[in-house]
Design a protein around this ligand. Structure first.
Ligand code: SF4
Length: 245
């Protein structure tokens, strides 16, 4: 079977050796902070854990807002804040849709990073780990799940260019854009669920299923909009069945 364009484009993006600033929030100060995984790797981990049930930009802005409120992002300072105080911070500033729950997730992750990783969250991905190890470590955080864990591993591998010993366990983490593109291309049925999409991505590129994550997302956000998809200019138009429903 010929390689699908989504895979070829994903591989081309992955082979770019340069690391670019990831526009998590589309705010230069906040994005620099979240991209600084050498100095504040826990900001990236905590932002991943906040990315549930609200718009991604809002979720990823939470660590920066807490830094402003606490006046520090040093892990010891964050760990000295009590759970009750985090609940107050989240509720007072309406940081999330589920403020009590996400305050607990934040508090618990800070304690884990301080105790389990000696304050250095980058130990999760240091020393050329296997993809399964990194996904497993992210799954251990309270409030995490397969979607968050594979998203985190995907960003570390593809965008932060962290070396892994393999990429087999990095699945695609489907969002609305990815779901729409996979259905319209005809790669999956028009009513396919998230699990079907994960397995189709494994079939397309078993050694790194998540490699199509970004090419799907980019296609969905740029050309394959919910209404009036721009098929004429779409980068995968030659490999798409254009199942518009
Ligand atoms: S060719 Fe059209 S339907 Fe197919 S992915 Fe691109 S915009 Fe969507």
């Amino acid at each position: 079977m010929a390689e699908h364009l989504l895979v070829s484009i994903g591989k081309a993006r992955f082979s770019d050796p340069d690391r670019h600033l990831i526009p998590f929030v589309n705010d230069i100060e906040q994005d620099k902070f979240l991209n600084d995984i050498e100095n504040t790797p826990h900001a990236f981990v905590l932002a991943c854990l906040m990315d549930r049930q609200i718009k991604a930009e809002r979720a990823w802005s939470i660590p920066y807002r807490i830094k402003d409120i606490v006046g520090s992002f040093n892990i010891d300072d964050l760990a000295s804040v009590s759970l009750e105080e985090y609940k107050n911070i989240f509720n007072r500033n309406i940081l999330h849709r589920f403020n009590d729950i996400m305050a607990e997730v934040f508090y618990s992750a800070v304690q884990d990073i301080k105790v389990k990783y000696n304050g250095d969250a980058s130990l999760i991905w240091s020393n050329n780990p296997s993809s399964a190890k990194v996904v497993y470590e992210f799954l251990q955080f309270k409030g995490s799940g397969k979607k968050i864990a594979t998203m985190a591993a995907n960003i570390l591998a593809r965008q932060f260019k962290i070396p892994f010993s393999d990429y087999y366990s990095i699945d695609i983490s489907p969002d609305v854009h990815i779901l729409r593109v996979m259905r319209r291309t005809g790669l999956v049925d028009s009513n396919a669920d998230l699990d079907s999409i994960i397995y189709k991505a494994r079939e397309l590129n078993p050694e790194f299923p998540g490699i199509i994550d970004f090419s799907c997302w980019e296609t969905g956000r740029t050309w394959c909009r919910p209404n009036n998809p721009n098929c004429n200019e779409c980068i995968i138009r030659d490999d798409c069945k254009k199942v518009i429903f």
